[in-house]
Write a protein that binds this ligand. Structure first.
Ligand code: SF4
Length: 368
């Protein structure tokens, strides 16, 4: 198999996508398409956060008349049909008569792991996955981003959006690297495309990342090959992204890797630091992180809250703990816990806890 790399800018997505598909010699083998973009949330366009709708639009232009489902399962607490529309997928759906689907609410089928696959017994030998994977041509259209918990997020990580909410949480608590690999063993897209036009470097995949114009589309019919090539394009060694099974010497066509490789920035050292606030993610999922983000935004809207934050989170050190943690952060200041996953730590040390999964941002504001 082969991975194709083509140059693409926001103004040349159409021709670039046609070149990519032509280099791969790709034709769908099913009569209907299931597109899984990376839209875990909503946010500003052009910042490297989500698969750009123009990429999906350009792909669908190549296969007119086919029935299309565009589906996503967002981060915990976020409605995918809202997120897709907020990110411009409503127009794409209208142009191609496509259905926008929240995978959290779509029918699922139990898919067994291979018989020799037993490294995560907690799943009972199977995963409940969207039925579209069986009935449709599955096109994984991921984004090229750094990720503080998995090193990078590309095609393999994008498949996490296929999971039911409870399984997404279990992936975090059981270990993301191993679980994402297992999902890759179970589900192989017919085609994987990575949107690297505006990528994200730094401490992605959220607000601490920085957009980077890579001006590339990368694609192939083997998910693991595509992820290996993208990781190389981002300048990271295999150890940086343990969830990607290591391959060497993947054949590429189009632009040569060495002509377009960039070293993506990545500085994450186990916690985020904002002003004097230390955010400890541990194994948390994005739900709590998003709540914290909205809590900070809510604080900025009130003068009184801003003054209180100057005292608690700027003049003094504040530690925010999410996910499962057994011990207090070293050198900590005042510690607050966020979400049900952090409850055990809160109870162990008598710490304030914003309850919920994820907690309401207002509950958090009261603790900050
Ligand atoms: S409590 Fe927070 S980190 Fe834990 S599963 Fe819920 S949203 Fe995710």
């Amino acid at each position: 198999m082969t991975v194709a790399i083509v140059r693409a800018t926001p103004d040349s997505v159409g021709p670039a996508m046609a070149e990519l598909v032509s280099l791969l010699g790709y034709r769908p083998s099913h009569r209907a398409l299931f597109i899984k973009p990376n839209v875990p949330d909503s946010g500003p366009p052009g910042q490297g956060l989500f698969t750009d709708p123009s990429v999906v639009d350009a792909f669908l232009d190549l296969f007119p008349g086919m029935p299309v489902v565009i589906g996503e399962g967002c981060i915990v607490g976020c409605d995918a049909s809202v997120a897709l529309r907020k990110n411009g997928y409503g127009e794409v759906a209208a142009r191609h008569a496509a259905e926008l689907v929240d995978l959290e609410k779509s029918p699922r089928v139990s898919v067994p792991f291979p018989p020799d696959w037993d490294s995560i017994p907690a799943f009972g030998g199977h995963l409940d996955l969207p039925t579209y994977l069986q009935s449709h041509e599955y096109i994984n259209i991921a984004k090229m981003k750094t990720h503080v918990q998995t090193g990078v997020t590309l095609g393999l990580k994008n498949q996490k959006g296929l999971l039911a909410g409870a399984d997404k949480r279990r992936f975090h608590s059981l270990g993301l690297h191993e679980c994402i690999r297992a999902l890759g063993d179970l589900v192989q897209p017919n085609l994987t495309i990575v949107d690297g036009i505006v990528a994200l470097e730094g401490n992605g995949p959220w607000r601490y990342g920085t957009p980077l114009a890579m001006n590339l589309l990368v694609g192939g019919t083997n998910l693991v090959e595509v992820d290996n090539v993208c990781r190389e394009l981002m300048g990271f060694p295999p150890e940086h992204a343990p969830h990607i099974p290591r391959l060497q010497g993947v054949e590429t066509v189009g632009v040569a890797v060495e002509h377009v490789r960039r070293q993506f920035a990545f500085h994450y050292q186990g916690c985020f630091v904002y002003k004097n606030v230390h955010e400890h993610l541990n194994d948390s999922c994005s739900g709590c992180n998003l709540s914290l983000y909205h809590a900070f935004r809510a604080m900025k809207r009130s003068r009184l809250r801003r003054i209180r934050f100057l005292y608690r989170g700027v003049w003094r050190r504040l530690d925010v703990v999410m996910g499962h943690a057994d011990s207090l952060p070293s050198g900590h200041g005042k510690v607050i816990c966020v979400g049900e996953c952090a409850r055990r730590l809160a109870e162990k040390y008598g710490l304030p806890l914003a309850r919920g999964c994820p907690p309401d941002p207002e509950k958090l504001v009261r603790l900050l």
